[in-house]
Design a protein around this ligand. Structure first.
Ligand code: OSB
Ligand code: MG
Length: 369
């Protein structure tokens, strides 16, 4: 693959509603769309998924840009790449900064698939033609509002409901929710809001027949999660703690989780995501695709990776209209009856809506090769 240039488009988009987790509330999303152009004029797209503030992981929109500009693009300028699987190892001399790496690697995967004339899902080895999706619902100001939101998304057809919890917004809320939705597949996500001292409280969650509890404990931890898993029935799913294949392997060895949430950005890209997927499959750990409040390009990448066979559980890859009045891709990602039909066009399978891109763009920088 010989590059002509890489363009960074900085976008600013406002979500229709604020999204509240145990670590904070978000409504304005800033990110970069990475456009990789080859010497034949083919264009591949990736999206940075870090938030503006480093409260989910250390990375930010600004750190993504700095790493891409100062380290990753210079590495690409000096390297020859024949397949996108070579990108992550090339970047391995740079520690961490997985979301920066993933965004640029994602653009190269899309470019590669388009050059080959195949869908990205197929390039990754995915075989599903449709994927199941769930919905992630933020912490609500009142239980009444929460119940209304759940009703809305259940009626929309989403295959499972994920509720954000935090200390003081957990057992009582779930009791109310279960009263109204006794059969709905429900899981919870604590985003690291608890410690082992809360074991008794977390054990009470066993009464609610939850599919899983996501990331109850510290954001880098796999030790305490193993202890907790031994003491509760509800399967633990790790999100924040898994930054790499290495982390995934140690978590499975220790019994820190029974399920894994794979986010492409958190683990450094599609190649690493696929490796973790394969490892989990070999070890009987079901995986699903998490979300980072992405716009269309990031969403499209999530759809593609979700076609791999061990993405058994519904992901957080909701449709474009979950957060955006108008997305930056055409067609938008559509969920019907809780299902997304995987696009069959080459690459990510959705095209960039150039008009929307321009409308949301606040900065554009081109790096020539
Ligand atoms: O923990 O999965 C998470 C949103 C922001 C930060 C972290 C998380 C989330 C979500 C929503 O749960 C996922 C989405 O709908 O994109
Ligand atoms: Mg999570």
């Amino acid at each position: 693959i010989s590059f002509q240039k890489i363009i960074l488009h900085k976008l600013q988009m406002r979500m229709m509603d604020p999204f509240q987790t145990s670590f904070g509330t978000m409504q304005d999303k800033e990110f970069y769309i990475i456009e990789a152009v080859d010497t034949d004029g083919n264009r591949g797209f990736g999206e940075t998924v870090a938030f503006s503030v480093p409260w989910y992981t250390e990375e930010t929109v600004q750190s993504n840009k700095e790493i891409i500009e100062n380290y990753l693009i210079p590495i690409l300028r000096e390297s020859e790449i024949n397949h996108p699987d070579e990108v992550f190892p090339l970047f391995s001399m740079i520690r961490g900064n997985n979301m920066a790496k993933a965004a640029i690697e994602g653009a190269i995967w899309d470019l590669y698939a388009k050059r080959e004339g195949i869908p990205l899902a197929k390039a990754l080895g995915g075989e599903k033609t449709e994927i199941d999706v769930g919905i992630s619902i933020g912490i609500q100001p009142t239980v009444k509002l929460l119940l209304e939101k759940i009703s809305y998304f259940v009626e929309e057809g989403y295959k499972r409901v994920k509720l954000k919890i935090k200390p003081g917004y957990d057992v009582d809320v779930l009791r109310e929710v279960r009263k109204h939705f006794p059969q709905t597949p429900i899981m919870v996500d604590a985003n690291s809001a608890y410690t082992l001292k809360d074991t008794e409280l977390l054990r009470q969650l066993d009464d609610f027949n939850l599919l899983m509890i996501e990331q109850p404990l510290q954001h880098h931890d796999i030790i305490d999660h193993a202890k907790l898993q031994a003491r509760i029935e509800t399967p633990i799913c790790l999100d924040e703690s898994i930054h790499s294949f290495y982390d995934a392997e140690k978590a499975v060895e220790l019994g820190s989780c029974k399920i894994m949430n794979i986010k492409i950005g958190r683990v450094g890209g599609l190649t690493e995501a696929k490796r973790i997927h394969d490892y989990c499959q070999e070890h009987g750990i079901a995986v699903w695709c998490g979300g980072m409040l992405e716009a269309g390009v990031g969403r499209a990448h999530n759809v593609a990776i979700s076609t791999l066979s061990n993405f058994i559980l519904p992901g957080d890859t909701a449709g474009s209209s979950r957060y955006w009045k108008k997305d930056i891709i055409h067609p938008e990602v559509v969920v019907k009856d809780g299902i997304i039909k995987v696009p069959t066009e080459p690459g990510i399978g959705y095209s960039i809506d150039e008009e929307s891109l321009e409308e949301y763009r606040i900065e554009k920088i081109a790096y020539e090769f």
